[in-house]
Design a protein around this ligand. Structure first.
Ligand code: ACO
Ligand code: ACO
Length: 151
């Protein structure tokens, strides 16, 4: 990965990556319209993305983070998280939140190692909001774990 930058106004968002993290295009389009989008580039190719938006009580939330499969495991996700944390601080947020599925073991590892702490569970979030069942690591994804970092 060479650099992380803001998505330019009018530039096509990297849907292929965004849909890796969130299978609902409807939800993706909703937060793209109001969020800050950062992309990671390798040469001229976009290989990673993170989307933040203001949430509640002066906090911001990472709505989507994804890295191209061929570039996973090389530190791009960690660098995107660090860039998102910097951006939230610059925008004056008092805390940054992120939600992930109960089955997303690797993500829970990465987020906690980056300083996020589990603060709650939205029971049956995925059962309520997604039509197709989601299974990861042999585990049914039903509940959303909520994590937070004070800034
Ligand atoms: N299992 C175990 N550890 C993992 C995993 C995993 N699946 N993925 C990353 N890690 C660890 C790495 O070993 C590394 O640890 P280290 O610092 O001890 O070496 C650390 O996490 C950072 O790894 P990166 O290489 O920076 O992570 P990567 O670039 O692969 O990005 C990401 C992680 C974004 C989760 C990527 O795997 C991905 O795009 N997955 C598919 C989309 C997705 O699930 N996105 C998150 C959905 S939730 C949301 O968007 C709010
Ligand atoms: N990481 C990933 N997967 C694991 C791990 C691990 N650390 N440990 C077990 N698994 C998986 C196995 O791959 C297997 O999956 P599969 O069915 O898909 O192949 C499944 O879990 C069952 O594995 P077992 O071999 O039956 O588990 P094991 O005999 O190793 O017992 C236990 C697990 C009891 C957690 C053991 O590792 C242990 O004694 N750890 C130390 C004590 C401990 O932490 N106990 C729990 C504390 S909380 C409490 O006591 C309430």
């Amino acid at each position: 990965m060479d650099r992380i930058r803001l998505l330019h106004a009018g530039e096509q968002p990297p849907y292929e990556l965004l849909l890796l993290a969130d299978p609902s295009k409807t939800l993706v389009d909703a937060y793209l319209s109001s969020g800050t989008v950062l992309v990671a580039e390798l040469g001229a190719e976009v290989v990673g993305v993170v989307v933040l938006q203001p949430s509640h009580e002066g906090m911001m939330e990472i709505m989507n983070i994804a890295v191209a499969e061929s570039e996973q495991g090389k530190g791009v996700g960690k660098a995107l998280l660090a860039a998102a944390i910097r951006t939230a601080r610059e925008q004056g947020a008092k805390a940054l939140e992120i939600g992930t599925g109960n089955s997303s073991i690797g993500q829970l590892y990465l987020y906690q190692k980056s300083g996020f702490r589990i603060v709650g569970i939205d029971l049956d979030f995925f059962t309520r909001n997604y039509e197709e069942p989601i299974v990861e690591n042999g585990i049914a994804c039903r509940d959303m774990l909520r994590l937070r970092m004070e800034l």
